[in-house]
Design a protein around this ligand. Structure first.
Ligand code: BES
Ligand code: ZN
Ligand code: ZN
Length: 497
C-alpha cells in the first residue's frame, strides 16, 4: 500500500474520517468535504447513529457524489497511538469494492505520532497471502493507495515518519510471507536461499549459510539431531547487518522448524498443518533484519536462524538418545517433539562464543504450555537480567505487541539438569510449568564471559511466540495466518525509536 502526504484539501476516492466518541458534528477545521456529504455526516453524528466507539466504522454515500468511511477512535482521553493504529487497520479491514482503491484521510487534532500510527495500522493490515491462489477477476484484490491531508508545516516530518514505518512494515510482511509459505516450499535450504537472495539488495548485509555437512563438521549436534531424519537437511543461516562496525551489538536467534511432526514422538494429527508456523522464530529474526536494513539502521546487528525439519524416519533421532552439541554439554533426548530447544542450544552457544553480543534475544514457537499460560494475547518473556526483561516488555508495550514477564527459577534449571546419564535433559520431570522448564533449558546454553568467580552470563532474553505468531484473533493488524509479531518490538528495542 502506498501512503502519501498532501497539504491540500483535495479529496480523492473515499474520504476517511477518524472521529472521537461524543462528537456531535464535524469540527470546522475539517475542510474540503462536499456539502451534502458533510451534512449527512453531521446528521449521523448528531443523531447518535455513529458513536465513534473504538474501531466502529460506517460508510456513507453522498447523495450528490462522494463517499466517506467514518472510523471510531473511542474516547478522547484513550485515543493514544494504539487507538490510531487499530483504527487505521480497521479501515483497511473494512474496505470493500464500493470504497474503491483510493482513500483520503482527514484528521483533526491529531499529532504526528498519531497520524503515523494510523498509517502504520493501514499498511500492516494491508496484507494477504494469495501466492497459491488462482486470480479470479471477480474478487480481484483492490490495490489500495491512501493519502493523508495534513498541515503544510507537518508534511515533511510526516512523510519521513511514514517512509520509515513503511520500511518496518516490509519486515513484518516478510515475516508473515515466510510463516505462511507451505512447508513443501519452505524447508531449511529454501529459507537459506531466500535469505541469500534478499541480501543481494543491500550493500551492508551479509548472509552466511552453514549447510548440513558443515553443521556436522562444526559439531552442531542439536541442529543435526533434529534435522537428520528429514530429506530436507538442516542448516544455520547467519545474517549480519553493518558488519564493519566495531564493538558489542544486539544478537538475535530464531527457532526455524519448517515443519514439526514431533519426530518419533509423533504429534497427534489434528491441526498438524499449523506446525508449518514452527519456523516463526526465524521468520521474526529475518523480518527484523529486513526492517532494520530497509529503514537504514546504521548499527551492527547479527542474527542466527536454526533451520530444520522435524520428521520421523528410519534415521531419525529416538527418545533416549544422548547427543552433544556445540557447547560440549550432553543432552538426553526424552521427547523428540521438544526439538526447538535442541536447535536453539547450538544457536545460542554460537551467538555467545563467535560474536560479541551486547545481548542475545531468541524467538521461538517453543511450547504449547506457553499458549496454555498466556493464550494468544501475549508472548512469554524470560530473561537472566530483570532490567533487560523490563526493557523488552516496555518496547513491546510501546508498539502494541505484548510480551509478558515469566519466571526463570533455579528449581526449573535443576529439573532440566538432573538427567541420570547426561548433563541436561530436553524434557521436564512432569508436565507442569512446561514453558518455564523450556526456558530454563535454554539458559544452560547461554555462554558466560570472564573466568571463575568473575564469569557472568551474557544478557539474554527468550521469547516464546507459540501463541502469538499465529492464531491471534484479537490482533487487529492481521487477518489470518502468521502475525509477524515482534519485528516492531525489536526495531523499537534496537533503535530506540
Ligand atoms: N512447536 C511445538 C510447540 C507448539 C505447540 C507451538 C503448539 C505452537 C502450538 C514444540 O516443538 C513442541 O512440540 N513442544 C512440546 C514440548 C513437550 C514435548 C515438552 C509441547 O509443547 O507439547
Ligand atoms: Zn515439537
Ligand atoms: Zn516445535
Amino acid at each position: 500500500m502506498q501512503v502519501t502526504i498532501s497539504s491540500g484539501n483535495n479529496i480523492n476516492g473515499t474520504l476517511v474520517l477518524p472521529l472521537f466518541e461524543g462528537e456531535e458534528a464535524l469540527p470546522e477545521i475539517v475542510e474540503g468535504i462536499p456539502t451534502t456529504l458533510k451534512s449527512q455526516i453531521n446528521r449521523v453524528l448528531a443523531d447518535g447513529d455513529f458513536k465513534a466507539k473504538a474501531n466502529a466504522t460506517m460508510t456513507l454515500m453522498g447523495t450528490e457524489g462522494g463517499k466517506a468511511m467514518l472510523v471510531g477512535l473511542g474516547k478522547t482521553d484513550k485515543a493514544d497511538v494504539h487507538a490510531y493504529r487499530e483504527a487505521g487497520a480497521t479501515v483497511v479491514a473494512s474496505c470493500k469494492k464500493v470504497h474503491g482503491g483510493e482513500l483520503t484521510i482527514v484528521f483533526h487534532d491529531a499529532d504526528l505520532a498519531s497520524m503515523t500510527s494510523f498509517a502504520e495500522g493501514m499498511m500492516l493490515r494491508d496484507y494477504s497471502y494469495d501466492l497459491y491462489k488462482k486470480k479470479d477477476d471477480d474478487d480481484e484484490d483492490i490495490n489500495l493507495s491512501a493519502r493523508i491531508n495534513c498541515n503544510e508545516g507537518d508534511a515533511t516530518a510526516l512523510s519521513a515518519a511514514i517512509d520509515r514505518a513503511a520500511s518496518i512494515v516490509s519486515g513484518v510482511h516478510l515475516s508473515r510471507d515466510l510463516g505462511n509459505c507451505p512447508p513443501n516450499d519452505m524447508y531449511p535450504m529454501a529459507f537459506a536461499e531466500k535469505a541469500e537472495l534478499w541480501a543481494k539488495q543491500y550493500d551492508n548485509v551479509k548472509v552466511e549459510i552453514i549447510d548440513y555437512e558443515a553443521a556436522k563438521r562444526h559439531g552442531m549436534g542439536g541442529l543435526v539431531a533434529v534435522g537428520m531424519g528429514s530429506s530436507r537437511k538442516p542448516c544455520m543461516v547467519i545474517f549480519t547487518l553493518n558488519g564493519d562496525q566495531k564493538g558489542r551489538h544486539p544478537m538475535l536467534v530464531g527457532k526455524g522448524i519448517t515443519f514439526d511432526t514431533g519426530g518419533i514422538s509423533l504429534k497427534p494429527g489434528a491441526n498438524m498443518d499449523e506446525m508449518k508456523y514452527d519456523m516463526g522464530g526465524s521468520a521474526t529474526v529475518f523480518g527484523t533484519m529486513e526492517a532494520l536494513a530497509s529503514s537504514g539502521y546504521p548499527g551492527k546487528v547479527v542474527a542466527i536462524t536454526c533451520m530444520a525439519e522435524n520428521m520421523p524416519a528410519a534415521n531419525a533421532t529416538r527418545p533416549g538418545d544422548v547427543i552433544k552439541g556445540l557447547s560440549g554439554k550432553t543432552i538426553e533426548i526424552l521427547n523428540t517433539d521438544a526439538e526447538g530447544r535442541l536447535v536453539l542450544s547450538d544457536g545460542l552457544w554460537k551467538a555467545g562464543t563467535d560474536y560479541e553480543p551486547e545481548y542475545i534475544v531468541d524467538f521461538a514457537t517453543l511450547t504449547g504450555a506457553c499458549v496454555v499460560a498466556l493464550g494468544h494475547e501475549a508472548t512469554g518473556l524470560w530473561s537472566n537480567d530483570d532490567d533487560f526483561r523490563t526493557r523488552i516488555h516496555e518496547a513491546g508495550n510501546d508498539v502494541g505487541e505484548l510480551a509478558w514477564p515469566m519466571p526463570l527459577l533455579p528449581a526449573f534449571e535443576k529439573e532440566m539438569t538432573n538427567s541420570k546419564i547426561a548433563d541436561t535433559r530436553n524434557l521436564g520431570a512432569g508436565r507442569w510449568g512446561g514453558a518455564n522448564t523450556a526456558a530454563a533449558f535454554l539458559k544452560q546454553f547461554v555462554p558466560s564471559r570472564g573466568e571463575g568467580d568473575d564469569a557472568e552470563q551474557i544478557t539474554w532474553a527468550h521469547m516464546d511466540i507459540a501463541g502469538t505468531y499465529w492464531g491471534a484473533k484479537t490482533n487487529k493488524m492481521v487477518g489470518h495466518g502468521a502475525t509477524g509479531i515482534h519485528v516492531r518490538t525489536m526495531v523499537r528495542l534496537i533503535t530506540g525509536e
